[in-house]
Design a protein. Structure first.
Length: 342
């Protein structure tokens, strides 16, 4: 495993980060693994040299943090790990138990640390933009959390580039801690962050972590039955162009003797747009798949073959899971042409 500098910071992380939304409690969502099935996966990742793990208080309503951090800190020293967690989504029916207010962020970091059994997180991430809280309030609270020693760095996730840039500008204006990380969705089926977010982060030295390289499982068969039942965002994908791209991933994988998962993850790595790709796993073999993708390269012809059908599409931020997405352009995708010869 290679270890890289995390953006413009001095922090070093493994080249891959393990996303852990699927670890915690099946009572939360049917496709989530309970603790007994999670331990072998976490151990496989740690044994492979992966030091960076992404959590959130919302995942399994806190059980995620308990299982992931509790397991990892039994297997290695806390300081050998780079642990990230997030806050924003409702944790109860309490009107103040959500969002990015000072009250909620202070409460959230304390509860997360208690569940994780540690006195600090390496990266504290706001899970989304909060239009109901002044940016100054959020950024001041995050600065105080860093100053208190409860978080080493801060990041953000799933928002528009202008929102992210404005939040950092407020922090800079007031001499507060700035975001050093943007976590966003990125795959062969969703490339909208290439327009503004990724260029902004590159110009500012901000590390980009990308999640869902398999497009929530669509690129490897549409996701499991349990994932389809409990993840309405899978409906974001599935039009004829998405089917075309997925077919090309399968075709190229067959020709190269790889799995579709390896092809999809290798593409994310090959773009140079993701500082640290985040992968998920529900079996130790999927950890090995992600690591194998690190050594896969594509010819220019293979990259063009995978990328050619893509078209601009709705932003995930605009997506309402009760309706289907609207493509901004439509291309015929009756059948995938043969993959280019390796």
């Amino acid at each position: 495993m290679d270890y890289i500098r995390f953006g413009a910071t001095g922090l070093k992380t493994s080249r891959l980060c393990m996303g852990t939304m699927g670890i915690g409690s099946s009572a939360w969502k049917g496709w989530v693994l309970d603790a007994d099935k999670s331990v072998p996966i976490l151990k496989a990742a740690l044994d492979a040299g992966i030091t960076f793990y992404d959590m959130a208080d919302w995942y399994s309503t806190g059980v995620n943090e308990e299982v992931v951090a509790g397991t990892l800190t039994k297997l290695t020293h806390r300081d050998n790990l780079v642990l990230a967690t997030k806050a924003f989504y409702p944790m109860s029916a309490d009107a103040n138990d959500q969002g990015l207010s000072r009250k909620h962020l202070f409460r959230s970091i304390d509860r997360s640390l208690q569940r994780m059994g540690t006195d600090y997180v390496d990266l504290y991430i706001v899970h989304a933009f909060d239009p109901d809280t002044p940016i100054e309030e959020t950024m001041c609270a995050l600065n105080d959390i860093v100053r208190s020693g409860k978080a080493r760095y801060i990041g953000a996730s799933t928002m528009y580039a202008w929102q992210f840039a404005k939040m950092n500008a407020v922090a800079e204006k007031n001499g507060w801690t700035r975001f050093v990380n943007m976590q966003c969705q990125y795959s062969l089926l969703y490339r909208e962050e290439e327009r503004e977010m990724m260029p902004y982060c590159q110009s500012e030295g901000i590390a980009v972590t990308t999640f869902s390289p398999l497009a929530r499982g669509y690129l490897v068969g549409g996701g499991s039955a349990a994932r389809k039942e409990f993840d309405p965002f899978l409906d974001f994908f599935g039009d004829e162009i998405d089917r075309e791209i997925a077919a090309r991933v399968v075709n190229l994988a067959k020709q190269r003797g790889l799995s579709p998962s390896q092809v999809a993850q290798a593409w994310v790595l090959s773009t140079g747009n993701s500082t640290v790709p985040i992968f998920g796993a529900d079996h130790p073999d999927q950890v090995r798949d992600a690591i194998a993708a690190l050594s896969i390269s594509f010819s220019a012809e293979e990259r063009a073959y995978l990328e050619e059908p893509y078209r601009p599409r709705d932003m995930i931020n605009d997506y309402n899971p009760v309706r289907r997405p609207r493509a901004l352009s439509v291309a015929s995708a009756a059948a995938a042409p043969a993959a280019p010869k390796a």
